[in-house]
Write a protein that binds this ligand. Structure first.
Ligand code: AHR
Length: 305
């Protein structure tokens, strides 16, 4: 255990402590907090793990450096929640050469899939499509102006949600006035929405925020502009964390597509299986739900995060 096993260690099979380096994106959102907590719980000492945790503050270079550190430390396995999709080929090859398996969680990479063992995550494109379909069905039968708050540029979450959303509103009367990144944070969601409101004012009918936090930040900007969120500007988001679901139940949001952050147990199982030499699937996709205002009221108290 504790890194002493190094490359090719059979710790996973022998029942010793498994040392895992986890390279998390940062702490940009409520979703991310819930995901980090889920991972820390699953990779606990009680479950046989020694977790080396790194959060890279959403800086891709820092995250690559963190993975390289894990390789140098000789951890038994690396779990990576990649901030952006591109730029992973070299360090993933280094991990492979060192005999250290890499398991992706949450987001994906553009590198060839033989450079990692498995991916546990969500169908981001389907999330975007579900959001876009609801917008098209509810507002797309008459001319409607929409603005978009995008997540981290270059992340699979942002790219794939945009693909799904855009294809779902195609052929409707939804016009995208503007689309800019708010980096998945409340602060940037607020700032970018302020800019949209200055530029387009009451022309804006609908906001699609690619996560709850940006939508929550935008609420402040909308209220400060003297408009009523959920009415003057309809708001559709993704994640379904507690604060987002509360805004939905309160009528300030109009629809949320879930993104399930509770991936820890499944990731931990995949890590154990890989180290035990068992065959694992290349991908495990966790199911998401979606909620309107009435559905949010019904489930709000029972949401675990
Ligand atoms: O990759 C998942 C996304 O990352 C979540 O939707 C967002 O809240 C988080 O920051």
């Amino acid at each position: 255990g504790s890194g002493s096993g190094g490359a090719g260690s059979t710790d996973g099979a022998s029942g010793d402590v498994i040392t895992v380096g986890f390279a998390q994106t940062g702490s940009e959102s409520g979703w991310r907090s819930a995901n980090t907590e889920s991972m820390k719980e699953a990779f606990s000492a009680e479950n046989g793990f020694d977790l080396v945790f790194n959060a890279a503050d959403n800086k891709p270079e820092a995250q690559i450096a963190a993975v390289r550190n894990f390789i140098n430390q000789g951890v038994d396995a690396i779990v990576l929640a990649p901030i952006v999709s591109d730029g992973w080929d070299d360090v993933l090859k280094e991990a492979k050469d060192a005999g250290i398996p890499v398991i992706l969680e949450d987001r994906t990479v553009s590198a060839p899939d033989d450079l990692y063992e498995s991916w546990v995550g969500l169908d981001f494109e389907k999330e975007g499509e579900t959001a876009g379909k609801w917008v098209a069905d509810n507002y797309g039968k008459q001319p409607t102006n929409l603005v978009v708050l995008e997540g981290t540029t270059g992340s699979s979450a942002a790219t794939d949600r945009a693909t799904g959303f855009n294809s779902a509103i195609e052929g409707s009367q939804i016009k995208v006035l503007d689309s800019q990144t708010g980096n998945f944070t409340r602060a940037d969601g607020k700032t970018v929405m302020e800019g949209f409101l200055q530029k387009y004012g009451s022309e804006i009918n609908v906001l699609f925020a690619q996560n709850d936090d940006m939508g929550l930040g935008a609420l402040d900007a909308i209220k400060a502009a003297g408009l009523t969120p959920g009415q003057d500007i309809k708001i559709v988001t993704i994640d379904a964390v507690k604060d987002g679901m509360t805004a939905l139940a309160d009528g300030e949001f109009n629809y949320i597509v879930e993104c399930n952050p509770l991936l820890g147990d499944q990731v931990a199982q995949v890590v154990k299986d890989v180290l035990a030499g068992k065959t694992v699937d290349k991908q495990y996709i966790v199911e998401d739900q979606a909620f309107d205002q009435e559905q949010a009221k019904a489930v709000l108290d029972s949401r675990p995060y």
